[in-house]
Structure formats: C-alpha cells, structure tokens
Design a protein around this ligand. Structure first.
Ligand code: PHE
Length: 497
C-alpha cells in the first residue's frame, strides 16, 4: 500500500468524510488522487463522487496588474507626478493599455479633462486614500481562491485578465469495508485456495474492464516470407503448381548437366559453387536412356545439335553441390513430365547458394522466384506476353527485353523495368526458352516447348521494406522488432518505382 493510500484512509477516518479532495490534498496531482481513489474503491474502502470545480489562472496582463498595479492607478500616479498629461501622450507614456486605464480612471471619477485636452486629477483623487486599486485587489482574491461574485468574474474574463481552469474534485465517504489497513486482494483462484477452502473468505480484486490488454504473444513472418507469399498468390492465380523445393543439396547432374551446362563451364568452378565434402557424391538418375542422351548431347551432339565435343564424365555429374539455382528442381520436374507430357505450369520460391563476394546487397545465399511454363508450340512472343502479364500483377508494366546468354535457354532475355527513383532501366529478371539439348534427352516431344524465368526474392523485398543493407534483412544483425512490426506485403503497386 502506498503512503498516499494510507493518507487518504487516515483523512477519511479523522474527517468522517472528505468533501473536497482538492482542498484536502491540494498538493497532489488530481490524476494520482483519482487512481488511488479507484484502487481503494475496488477494495470497498470508500466510495466517491466527482464534482467539477473551476478555478482561475491570471493572464499575462492579469499577472502584470497583480505585481505592478492596474492601468488606471498607474495613470493616476503619472498625472500626480506630472501635474498634467496631454491625452495624446497617454499611449506613448503607458503603452497600449494606457487607454484602458484612462477609461477606467474617468469611470472612477479620478481624472478630468481640461479644455486644452489635458488630463488632471479630480478633487476626489487628490486625497490619496481615495485611490483604491480594486482591480489589483480582486486579482489577489482570485489567486487565493476566495469566493467572488459571478458578475465580477464575468467582467474579469471579458477583460482577459483571468483564464478559467477545470479541476476534477472528489467528495469521498467511507465504503462498506472501510479500515485503516489494506488487505491485499486476490487476483486469481489457486488450487491451494480450493483445497484449503480459503477462497470462501478471500477478497478478490474486481475485474477492471477498462484496463488496456497485453499484446498477445505471437509469431511473425519474416519480410521475405511475406513477399514470398504474395508471389505464391500471383502464381496460383495464374494456374501454377508449386514444385517441392526443400532440397538444398543437388548433384552436379541436376544443377548443371541436365541443363546442358558443360563440365568445364566457369559456373562450375570452386570459386562460384559450393561443393559438399562428406558425402561428396551421389547417384545419377536410373533412366538409362536419359543418361545416354545427356552424355551424347554433351559429347558429340544429338537432336540436331552438334554438342560441345568434349569427354563427358559421369563422376563430375555425381559431385554434390549446394544448388546454385532452383532451375535444378525445374529440370528434375520436367524429366518427370516427360513420362506424361502435357501443358504444365510450375513454380518454386526457395533458397540457392553461390560462392560470391558478400556486400551490402549480396549474400552467398539468396532466394529465387522461378516459373516454368510448358505448352505446345509456344514461342518467344508467348514468353514476352507472359512476362508482361506476370509482372503486371506486381504493378510492374512497360517491360523491356534484352538478349542474353544462358547455357540452358535459347533465346534468352533479361527483363528490364524503368526505375523512376533511379532514373534508369534496372534488370528485374532473367528468362528464356529451354534448349532442345535440355528437353529432348528427357523424352519430351519436340513441339512441347518450355519457357522459364527467374528473379531474386531479396530485391523486391528490400525495395518493398526500404532495406538498404541485406544484413538488416538476413542474419544475426536483424532487429526482431523490424520483423515483428512490418506490415504484410502487397505487390499491387509498382515495386521498382
Ligand atoms: N536460373 C536462372 C538464374 O539463375 C533464371 C532462369 C530460370 C532463366 C529459368 C531462364 C529460365 O538467373
């Protein structure tokens, strides 16, 4: 129990009732008074009623009068010192309030006006005891909170000498459980109270339905997951199915060979790709026809291709790597599709790994958003049209396409969008028509063409959440508050603007 709670109870005991808390506890903040009254009331110690009282503060002018005298008295003193005062000099001598003083001094019969437009003291005012500064006296009463006639209050308000102030005041009487000590109320029924039966006599604190609840503890989605969810919805809305992407380790075969990446390609270097040490190898697909086709298409060419003309080695294919792109999964899924070829739309959004220098916007691992669309006799025109539809779902329009090179697609195109903020075209994705050297070894019919594209998940996320440094988005420096307080992502307005 706080000292003040006890003080309230003591006063109530001594006085029988407290008629005005502002009078009895003049120095206590009314807010604190109220909270103590409420808690004592909850314990049945007292009840109270609220009365609003009005007191007055002095305005700046009111304070000035209180300290230096009213304008009218100042004017009388001045005329007394000077004998006479030209009316036109009143303001220059006494300031803008001189005219107020002049009017009130006339009203009090303290001054008269001569024919020469001068002010002189009246006979009455020549007796100094006749000059009573009523304005100053009344302001003194105001600050002492003495009772004052309503008319006078209205006049002082009109003259802007006082400012009304509302005060919450309370009158307090003893409650049914009044005593000078506080029994601590119980807040919960415990199993002990039930077994001992003590709950029967226990005092329970009443519910406070006005209290603010505690924010419920809950998990929060990482911003990357929020944006990922938006992309998923876009894919689903366009009839795509999600590929199983929960496999970070792949054979070099699915990551590279199946995609017609030659075994001496620089992307397969240790500097670019993370290789697994233990185990370092895994099995190749059991589909013998497929394996022979891959070997053939790499070595001497097949399906109208002249191949790379080098010695393809199965051991190189068996090496385990951390997948460098999700296209490894797309390849395995297309190989499955070859058993029952038909128009298909697949997507994945998951993590990939590249042995790259880490900087403000790049880590050695990131997430790719990848889509694959298979249909009969589709062309580059369909790819362009489809990309425009896909990116329009994120509010990104006016795309431009630039030829590029991927070992597994031909033609290949980088996708650009105009970045209003940067004032330039920025690359937002990579795409292409998968090569016959990749599709035909699987057994897919020649006229079932497959287009694919990919983009990073981090880039739109960083733009969306205005994160400048990737380390603020991923890793040990990420603020949990940032993760918990971010709103859900909406990709419906132009992301790259
Ligand atoms: N795998 C490509 C990348 O890493 C993206 C891509 C996927 C390109 C499918 C074409 C087709 O950027």
């Amino acid at each position: 129990m706080s000292a003040f709670q006890l003080e309230v109870l003591k006063q109530l005991d001594i006085l029988g009732e407290i008629k005005s808390t502002t009078a009895v506890f003049a120095n206590v903040n009314p807010q604190d008074v109220l909270s103590v009254l409420n808690s004592l009331k909850a314990h049945g110690k007292l009840t109270y009623t609220k009365n609003e009282t009005i007191t007055y503060d002095l305005s700046e002018e009111g304070n000035n009068i209180l300290n230096n005298g009213s304008h009218e008295v100042k004017l009388v003193q001045l005329i007394n010192d000077m004998g006479k005062l030209q009316i036109k000099d009143v303001t220059s001598k006494l300031g803008p309030n001189g005219k107020v003083g002049q009017a009130r001094a006339f009203k009090n019969g303290w001054i008269i006006k001569t024919k020469e437009n001068e002010l002189e003291l009246s006979d009455k005012a020549k007796d100094p005891s006749a000059i009573v500064d009523e304005t100053k006296d009344i302001l003194e009463k105001i600050i002492k909170n003495e009772p004052i006639d309503n008319k006078i209050i209205a006049d002082l308000k009109k003259r802007k000498l006082i400012i009304p102030k509302k005060n919450a005041d309370f009158s307090v009487i003893k409650g049914p459980d009044f005593s000078l000590d506080l029994i601590k109320s119980e807040t919960d029924v415990t199993s002990d109270m039930i077994t001992s039966g003590s709950y029967k006599d226990a005092k329970f604190k009443p519910y406070n339905f006005n209290s603010q609840g505690i924010d419920p503890q809950s998990g929060a989605l990482h911003p990357l997951n929020k944006v990922r969810e938006e992309f998923r919805q876009i894919f689903f809305s366009m009839g795509f199915t999600e590929m199983p992407s929960n496999q970070y380790v792949e054979t070099g075969f699915w990551n590279f060979d199946a995609l017609y990446v030659p075994q001496q390609h620089p992307a397969r270097d240790l500097q670019d790709t993370f290789y697994i040490k233990d185990p370092s190898k895994s099995d190749l697909p059991e589909d013998k026809v497929y394996m022979n086709n891959i070997k053939a298409v790499h070595e001497e060419g097949k399906f109208d291709s002249i191949g790379y003309r080098y010695n393809w080695k199965a051991e190189e294919s068996q090496k385990l790597v951390l997948r460098t792109h999700t296209t490894a999964i797309s390849a395995a899924m297309l190989h499955k599709l070859a058993k029952d070829p038909k128009p298909t739309r697949l997507f994945s959004i998951d993590r990939v790994f590249r042995n790259e220098a880490v900087d403000a916007t790049h880590l050695a691992e990131f997430h790719q958003v990848e889509g694959v669309l298979a249909d009969y006799n589709i062309t580059l025109g369909d790819l362009i049209k489809f990309m425009e539809e896909f990116f329009a779902k994120m509010g990104v329009t006016g795309l431009r396409f630039k030829p590029t090179y991927n070992p597994y697609t031909e033609p290949s195109m980088e996708i650009f969008s105009w970045h209003e903020g940067l004032g330039k075209w920025v690359e937002i994705g990579n795409s292409g028509m998968f090569r016959p050297e990749m599709l035909e070894p699987m057994g897919l019919p020649r006229d079932l063409r497959v287009l694919g594209w990919g983009l990073s998940l981090e880039r739109p996320t960083m733009i969306k959440y205005k994160v400048q440094n990737i380390r603020e988005l991923l890793g040990h420096k990420v603020s949990l508050d940032f993760i918990e307080s971010n709103p859900a992502a909406r990709l419906d307005e132009d992301l790259y603007e």
